[in-house]
Design a binder for this molecule. Structure first.
Ligand code: ADP
Length: 413
């Protein structure tokens, strides 16, 4: 039987807080359970420093027992402890003892790649058409990729505005909200996911002719940067870029995803055209810095999406302002410029992200989860990234309703 969020919640609710008298660990203490393939994460209210790790181990044991009983292996398990404000104060990655058939789990900050049962590096040309594994995939969905509900492209008019940074943090933020999320490095001319996600030593695996995405920081990721020599310049001709992008999108074993984020190359180019021809997108997010020159390029990018028949979900203003050590806010690039541009084009404004040194450092180290830790990166950044994900969720829902892919639901409780 496949594991479900409810079955996991029920299994974990039976765990007691180590060394504590009184009632057992109540299920209500579990804020949410997220499940994506064989990857499980839960968020629980913090019971206090001394019992965090023992409780995490107890939860892992209960999860292991449940996964053995259902004969469905769990590959990784993350327990996030949150305070009353919902801020993550501690993250534990306890081992879930593998069932005899399952792949090993690790306890480092980087999660193991998916599909560790088939290792080995293969060039992208070694991928098969994989009709057999395609047949095992879930039904075709609105996106055109089996199992993938919504595809969101992240584009920018010019390089260096933080497009990849926003794409990665949007993906992680959506995953933290309990969604199953994938990210594809469509920036095949200058792939940055290996750095931003810290894929360093991990090797690309293929299984039955399909690429197995890496599973890191709660998201599944695939990048051309792991298939070609990262040090060598990537000189693609149009048709090669077209083929490479299509292979990455279509020959990756995404499994079931709520959102697939695509980090596009900057500008208005051939990959965007391939994207529009290959997949049915929910829409595109345009990243822009506040300056006039950046806005002009972003307008061109937005127009390109519209010409390709891709809805623009909205505009994000990155590097919007800076908070100095003195606590004062400095509008270095002219805060609000991109917002005005969005209004002028009649596009939704999805939010503003400040210049933040921790964000830059965490990006360089490939540790995006730290951006959401208010103690490490400050409360403003985490809040901005979280509200960006909420706005994107809303705009995707609206875009899909407009397309008729989703019907509105009314919940009465
Ligand atoms: P692009 O994909 O548009 O070329 P990147 O996402 O690679 O841009 O970002 C370029 C550089 O700017 C990176 O070093 C990144 O860490 C940094 N950066 C992006 N956004 C911010 C921000 N809001 N605060 C601080 N540094 C940022």
């Amino acid at each position: 039987m496949p594991l479900t969020k409810d079955s996991i919640r029920a299994a974990l609710s039976r765990v007691s807080i180590p060394g504590r008298e009184g009632p057992r660990f109540q299920g209500e203490l579990i804020e949410w359970v997220a499940l994506c393939e064989a990857y499980v994460s839960v968020r629980v209210n913090d019971p206090g420093v001394p019992v965090r790790e023992p409780l995490a181990r107890g939860l892992a044991e209960a999860l292991a027992a449940h996964s053995h009983a259902e004969q469905t292996p769990v590959q990784s398990f993350i327990v996030e402890f949150v305070d009353r404000a919902g801020t993550v104060v501690h993250t534990a990655r306890p081992r879930v003892d593998a069932a005899p058939t399952s792949a090993p789990t690790t306890g480092g900050t980087t999660q193991p790649r998916a599909g560790t049962d088939q290792g080995g590096h293969r060039p992208i040309g070694g991928l098969g058409a994989a009709p057999a594994s395609r047949a095992q995939q879930p039904q075709d969905t609105a996106s055109g990729l089996p199992g993938v509900k919504s595809v969101i492209a992240v584009g920018a008019g010019k390089g260096g505005v933080g497009k990849s940074t926003i794409a990665v943090n949007l993906a992680v933020s959506l995953a933290r909200r309990g969604h199953a999320v994938g990210i594809l490095d469509g920036d095949i001319y200058g792939p940055s996911l290996p750095t931003l996600l810290g894929l360093g030593a991990l090797e690309q695996a293929t299984l039955a002719g399909m690429l197995q995405p890496f599973y890191v920081h709660g998201v599944k990721a695939i990048t051309i940067g792991k298939l070609v020599d990262a040090e060598k310049p990537l000189i693609w001709r149009g048709p090669m870029a077209h083929g490479a992008f299509k292979q990455l999108a279509e020959q990756t074993n995404w499994g079931e995803l709520d959102y697939l984020i695509i980090d596009l190359p900057p500008g208005t180019g051939d990959v965007s055209l391939t994207l529009a021809q290959t997949l049915r997108l929910s829409g595109a997010v345009v990243v822009c810095t506040p300056q006039k020159v950046a806005q002009d390029d972003a307008v061109r990018a937005a127009r390109m999406f519209q010409q390709l028949g891709i809805d623009v979900l909205g505009v994000v203003e990155n590097m919007s302002w800076f908070i100095g050590d003195d606590g004062k806010e400095y509008d270095i690039f002219g805060r609000g410029g991109a917002q005005v541009m969005a209004q002028r084009l009649g596009l939704p404004f999805l939010g503003a992200v400040p210049i933040n040194m921790a964000l830059r450092a965490n990006s360089d180290k490939g540790e995006p989860l730290k951006n959401f830790d208010a103690h490490l990166a400050g409360p403003v950044l985490a809040g901005a990234l979280e509200s960006l994900a909420t706005r994107v969720e809303q705009e995707v829902a609206i875009a899909e309703m407009r397309r008729g892919a989703r019907t509105p639901t009314l919940t009465v409780s």
